[in-house]
Design a protein around this ligand. Structure first.
Ligand code: GLN
Length: 534
């Protein structure tokens, strides 16, 4: 059965998305704020909303495959509790009764948490991740855990041990993006009002762009990662995927803040991002960088290095950007200019070109270190091969538990961090990282020549590509994170928001990037654009 149709209440405006019918809409397509309002004002019970959502999950899962686990039992318990408290006139949280999902890297007490890996399949964590605790306290209702690339390593979800992996809701022949692909697909189809994702090189923003939803990567240290499976700790961040910019603002209010259990979190005051939205963009300086439109990459595979690398080094080629995406960035710049922002179109970001190669080195080395804990004894499924000693047992557990991509990354990390290569690769990558950060410091310096509030970029060089890669240049796939990874190096925030569709009907994402702890500014820019395009 399809969602019950819901007569539009004049106080409930349609969520951003592909033209919802004006007078009638599906409840499950409403934004989190709208759903919360209906529950709080007793127009719908939390249990009723949950049942509609679960039904909707069941209808959509057959094509979208967004979830690894759906936790109906726990969800029903929470929804019942919310209804009881509302009926008793008790205080409830800002997300009371709102169904949501979380990428399967977030620990959830008593609910299977796999990180998309066989090595953790069946694992029931004894505790909740900090972000899940906060959402629980806000009275949101967790409906399930979404599929993702194994340990968040990938950009398509194809590396998940749980297949079939998520499909793009706009075309099931295409990838949903990754690694938070299940989260993006779930939000896009209305399977929950929002989702939690993680972003180490682009894993919230890229799938958000591919699926036509909003995805925000906060400043490093803004949101506690306690209880989330680590991939590359110096870049890992967690953030929301939503159907509206307002929802992303609300979630940043709830998720942000110091946590003694994640020692990179900070005691920086958190503004009310929702009321900040109303300030608009008047007087903001919005930058565009020609350097970002002229990035170059290396086409050859590691395996054919020897044939293709000339004596002078690698052969670099320009990475083409889909002209419809470039046009979308210009369109947003035009909208913001009309709304009173000043466009600064010559911002130099010369070091961004090093992001993807430096990311390759640093992320592999950190992953190699982080994944040592999964040995079948401390963490992860134990091999039952009857090994003769401890070393065989560790080796077999890892051999059986990890997939190909994870093994490849562990081996690359091991290789790249060896004493003899450390300087050549790791130190150089760290130097590149410092240079990338200096690009951001220059662009956003309030005393500098550019004094930006927001930098506008594409979210991705292409829209969602096909699983068989037909019609896309492999270089564009390899460098899919070229616009997102720089912020993971710089530690700065970025939000991808949907800006119409391309000629194939696929969503286009544009990114607003900001300076440290300035989530409210990028939200304001995205909100102004969203309002204009609605
Ligand atoms: N696509 C990138 C990778 O494969 C980024 C992943 C992420 O942000 N978690 O490493």
């Amino acid at each position: 059965m399809r969602n019950e149709e819901w007569p539009a209440d004049s106080s409930v405006s349609p969520a951003a998305g592909p033209n919802p019918p004006v007078s009638i809409m599906n409840l499950t397509d409403l934004s989190a704020l709208e759903q919360a309002k209906l529950v709080r004002t007793k127009q719908i019970g939390a249990e009723e909303l949950l049942e509609l959502t679960l039904e909707h999950v069941e209808q959509t899962e057959g094509t979208v495959h967004a979830f690894i686990t759906v936790c109906e039992k726990e969800a029903r318990k929470k929804a019942r509790d919310v209804d009881r408290r509302i009926a008793a006139g008790e205080e409830v949280g800002p997300l009371a009764g709102v169904p949501y999902s979380a990428k399967d890297v977030f620990c959830t007490r008593g609910i299977q948490t796999t990180a998309g890996s066989r090595i953790l399949s069946g694992w029931l964590p004894p505790y909740n991740a900090a972000a899940i605790e906060r959402l629980n306290a806000a009275d949101a209702v967790l409906i399930g855990k979404t599929n993702c690339d194994e340990f968040a390593m990938g950009g398509t979800n194809e590396t998940s041990a749980f297949q079939p992996c998520p499909r793009n809701p706009h075309d099931p022949e295409r990838v949903a993006g990754g690694s938070s692909g299940g989260s993006a697909a779930a939000v896009a189809v209305g399977a929950g009002a929002f989702s939690l994702g993680t972003d180490t090189g682009g894993s919230i923003r890229e799938p958000a762009a591919f699926c036509g939803v909003v995805g925000l990567k906060p400043t490093y240290g803004r949101v506690s990662r306690w209880g989330v499976a680590a991939f590359a700790s110096s870049m890992d961040t967690i953030g929301p995927l939503t159907r509206s910019v307002k929802d992303a603002a609300l979630l940043m209010n709830i998720l942000s803040g110091f946590d003694p259990r994640d020692n990179v979190t900070v005691r920086v005051p958190v503004p009310d991002h929702l009321s900040e939205l109303e300030k608009g963009v008047k007087g903001m300086r919005i930058g565009i960088s020609p350097d970002l439109m002229n990035l170059r990459g290396v086409r050859c595979q590691v395996s054919d290095f020897r044939d293709q690398v000339s004596d002078h080094g690698f052969d670099y080629e320009k990475i083409e950007i889909d002209p419809e995406i470039t046009a979308a960035v210009e369109r947003v710049a035009g909208i913001l200019e009309k709304a009173g922002a000043e466009i600064v179109s010559d911002v130099p970001m010369p070091n961004t070109q090093y992001s993807v190669p430096a990311y390759f080195v640093i992320s592999r080395i950190e992953a190699y270190s982080n994944l040592q804990r999964y040995d079948g004894l401390k963490y992860g499924r134990a091999s039952q091969n009857g090994q003769k000693d401890m070393y065989e047992f560790f080796a077999d557990s890892r051999q059986e538990g990890f997939g190909r991509e994870v093994k490849l990354r562990i081996l690359s990390g091991l290789y790249l961090s060896q004493k003899e290569f450390y300087e050549k690769y790791y130190l150089r990558a760290q130097r590149a990282r410092a240079l990338i950060r200096s690009d951001y410091d220059r662009a956003f310096d309030p005393q500098g020549p550019y004094r930006l509030d927001v930098l506008l970029t594409p979210s991705t060089p292409v829209t969602a590509f096909r699983f068989d890669r037909q019609g896309v240049d492999p270089l564009q796939v390899r460098y899919a994170d070229q616009f997102t990874a720089p912020m993971n190096f710089a530690g700065t925030p970025g939000i991808s928001f949907p800006v119409g569709k391309d000629k194939n009907g696929l969503p286009i994402g544009v990114q607003a990037a900001g300076y440290d702890y300035c989530e409210s500014k990028i939200l304001r820019a995205a909100y102004a654009a969203e309002q204009e395009m609605a």
